[in-house]
Design a protein around this ligand. Structure first.
Ligand code: CMP
Length: 137
């Protein structure tokens, strides 16, 4: 089964939305195969968002991701990368479809409640970064 990597971000965790968000994926037939609640270091947040290091919002984004606990997950299912991104909605909550996670719960482009990998290649890299103990099958 295809795997993707998902983060329930600090703004959603702080508002106790973890269970509701996990339930949305499960009801779409996806499986949470690994899950960890953790407050990452700024260093880990910076490595995660490495590809955005030259963007003007990089410092704000990485400070936000490391400000409190988040939930990092491996989500499995048919076409998991694309399926999860569809459920999540567009980056900007104001423009995301109203039924998506970002459309329903996101507060701003930074505090947009959820992250997921944009390709299978990035999913593999992000799973290695966040779950170094994980052995791919
Ligand atoms: P995510 O899908 O986790 O990956 C990159 C993140 O950068 C994205 O979610 C947004 O939270 C953030 N982002 C993208 N564009 C902007 C922006 N213009 N201002 C602030 N944050 C942004």
């Amino acid at each position: 089964m295809e795997k993707t990597f998902v983060i329930i971000k600090p703004d959603a965790m702080e508002r106790r939305l973890m269970g509701e968000i996990i339930s949305i994926y499960e009801k779409k037939g996806l499986r949470i195969s690994t899950l960890k609640i953790t407050k990452p270091s700024l260093e880990l947040a910076r490595r995660h968002y490495q590809e955005h290091k030259d963007k003007p919002f990089f410092d704000e984004l990485t400070a936000y991701l490391s400000r409190s606990e988040l939930c990092a997950m491996i989500v499995e299912g048919k076409n998991a990368v694309a399926a999860v991104r569809k459920i999540n909605g567009g980056t900007n909550p104001l423009e995301a479809d109203a039924g998506t996670i970002r459309g329903r719960f996101g507060l701003s482009k930074t505090e947009n409640s959820i992250h997921s990998s944009d390709s299978q290649e990035h999913a593999e890299e992000e799973i290695k970064l966040w779950f170094p103990e994980f052995q791919a099958d």
